[in-house]
Design a protein around this ligand. Structure first.
Ligand SMILES: [Zn+2]
Length: 414
């Protein structure tokens, strides 16, 4: 099921849509989604989309514009309101025509970038109007996200190169200089928080002391890094522990290195059929990187593209961090690709990223259902499939009756 906020959004928007006769099917879709009747909802949505495609352009535009405005007001809860078929089969074509008809309206390009997930159109929006707020705010946020990414494993390690990240800070400032009013204040504040941590880290590194934690304490107990790490990690929950043992995984399946020291990054995968665990393992980052080398570059590329097409990771992180409150359950409730609820998936995989004894809430953890795994299995080459077969045969000793389903699941790659 979709979350409570999303349910509420479906009800509200459905109610508003129902006031317009042509939009009744969309309203109906919203109501069915709210009730959890996913299959029925999507069949009504199909009917709505095929009718809407026959409308004159102005009528299509009216609907798209209306829904964008509604979603702007509900940034955390438009998952149910705006499913993939609506984006792919209606919004894409409406925006294509809309941009052709109004080539000087920066906001149309910005909306297109945001709601068809095509970030290049933000650049066009800025080329038309450097003051376009939606595009500037998005770019500023993307920079802040990059700064955050480079520091989010502190105190353990810094990801990337400090000088590059300083450039990113500069770019963020440039975008912010075009923002106005309350938006400017709030984005500036966000940047400031990330910048502090970056500066602390760089000052610390110059000083040559050993331990960033003690350095922060000595500086006056202003623990930016604690905040940064704590907001995106939690003790590893039971569901990611080995099925038959007490406590978390302790060693890498391949090289046997210890996983529970701070700063050791590793992935966990668990495959379920119903409530039965079919296989499970933890594998350290360097072993997983070595494994990647055996897979074909083309397959990796295809799979990444597949994920990008289906998942807006940053939107997902923002939405889930808000609702997770100390549990990772919301991260695992729906298939990240198809949206199928876990309790309706016959077989599924759970994937988690851990650092020491913590589960990291960044892109991971997620659930993938059987149907999505089969889809992904079609994207991979013979070379990749052979490499995965070797891995599953050698390390997981997979029972033959499960092979067909789970070998369609190159989950180690993600
Ligand atoms: Zn290893």
């Amino acid at each position: 099921m979709i979350s409570k906020d999303e349910d509420q959004a479906c009800l509200e928007i459905g109610h508003e849509a129902s006031k317009k006769e042509e939009w009744i099917d969309y309203a109906q879709y919203c109501f069915l989604r709210e009730k959890g009747l996913r299959k029925k909802a999507f069949s009504v949505l199909d009917r709505f989309i095929s009718k809407a495609k026959g409308w004159p352009f102005e009528a299509k535009k009216e609907f798209v514009e209306w829904l964008c405005k509604k979603m702007d007001l509900l940034p955390q809860s438009h998952w149910g309101l705006f499913p993939t078929p609506l984006r792919k089969d209606l919004f894409l074509e409406v925006f294509e025509e809309w941009c052709n008809r109004e080539p000087n309206d920066a906001e149309v390009f910005s909306l297109r970038a945001q709601y068809t997930r095509a970030p290049d159109y933000y650049k066009k929006a800025i080329a038309i109007d450097p003051w376009n707020q939606r595009a500037r705010a998005t770019f500023a946020h993307a920079c802040i996200q990059d700064i955050w990414y480079s520091t989010h494993h502190l105190p353990d390690h810094f990801i990337g190169n400090e000088q590059d990240i300083l450039q990113t800070v500069k770019q963020a400032r440039e975008h912010i200089s075009y923002l106005k009013g309350e938006l400017k204040n709030s984005v500036e504040k966000e940047l400031f928080g990330e910048e502090q941590l970056l500066e602390d880290w760089m000052t610390f590194k110059k000083g040559g002391t050993e331990d960033f934690v003690s350095w922060c304490q000595a500086k006056g107990g202003d623990y930016h890094w604690v905040k940064a790490f704590n907001r995106i990690s939690m003790p590893i929950p039971r569901i990611f522990h080995p099925f038959l043992e007490e406590g978390p995984f302790e060693t890498c399946l391949i090289c046997g290195c210890g996983l529970l020291q701070p700063g050791v990054h590793y992935m966990i995968e668990k495959a379920f059929r119903g409530t039965e665990v079919i296989f499970e393992y933890a594998i350290c980052l360097s072993c997983s990187q070595n494994l990647h080398k055996e897979l074909s570059a083309e397959s990796l590329h295809q799979l990444r593209r597949h994920f990008e097409e289906h998942v807006d990771w940053e939107e997902r992180d923002r939405r889930l961090l808000k609702t997770s409150r100390g549990t990772c359950e919301p991260w695992l409730q729906h298939c990240v690709i198809t949206g199928t609820p876990r309790d309706q998936a016959h077989a599924y995989h759970l994937i988690g990223h851990c650092a020491g004894d913590k589960l990291v809430l960044k892109f991971h953890p997620f659930m993938i259902c059987e149907a999505a795994m089969v889809q992904m299995g079609r994207l991979i080459s013979k070379k990749t499939r052979d490499a995965l077969d070797n891995f599953t045969g050698q390390y997981l000793g997979m029972p033959p009756e499960f092979k067909e389903v789970f070998n369609d699941a190159p989950m180690l790659l993600v």
